[in-house]
Design a protein. Sequence first.
Length: 303
Amino acid sequence: MSAAPAEDTGRRPQSRRRAIVVGLDASPLSVWGLRMAAVVARRWGVRVDVVHVEDAAVARLSSHPGAVTVCGLTARSRPLALAPDTITAALAAQARAARDAVEAVKTLLRHRAGGDGDAELVFRSRRGGVTRELRAVADEAAPSLLVVGWTGQSRARWHRAHGIRLGSTARALTEDPSADRVLVVRGELEADAPLLVPFDGSDAARRALDAACTLAEGGPAERVAVLAFGDADTLAPAARDLCAVHDVVPRVQALPPLTLARLVRIAEFPEALLVLPAQLSMTLGLSTPDLIDRLGCSVLLVR
């Protein structure tokens, strides 16, 4: 006789490991996100759903009678000079680059494993609105992580000159209350990057620390740095007890009460990953995307 199905009690346990979804447009930041996700997924024994979205808005642009190009220096506009075939070819080239990036990551992981084993990377090509299609895949997969680049391919040149800001897709996903864990990649991020966790003992901070410890399992010792804002004598034992469930030994640093300036200074470490409780943005008086915009390292947003 088969066992009766377990009762659905609502929100899934935070420690349960599920597939990882990566939004890939072949930009450098999205490729770094894919590389990290693939290493983590192999450790967890889960698949990576790699989603490349052909932006339907761009595909329709060439045929729109009002489409124009605007010069950034003179602000003069002129009719769009690109033919539909040119835009279609550019989108096809981007899709090929995304597929090539997936194959390159598979090869890299096989070399790291000495040719033994492979990562399960499932490439999905979709067409439509980028954010909407990523959300649709995430709703279907209910992933442990949803990974996107800080900004996409189209804005890379602007950011090199003027500083990086969240792209529209990352901004929308960090605002989405249904996305439990969104990893926004700001630079070259290794799978064993140091994990910085603001911790005040709240339920939100506990969920963030649980996410950090899950990510740290199987990695270097003392990879998790708990930033205890407040009564460190009380917070340190609580943090260590939470980490012990994952066999993780954290480094606990006592800090003065949290301010926006202190958090920005802590995030000035591009090789690290800041594990951020989503409720922290309200405490600091900013929207979640505006808070993340001010930070200098990759961010794992935890709800």
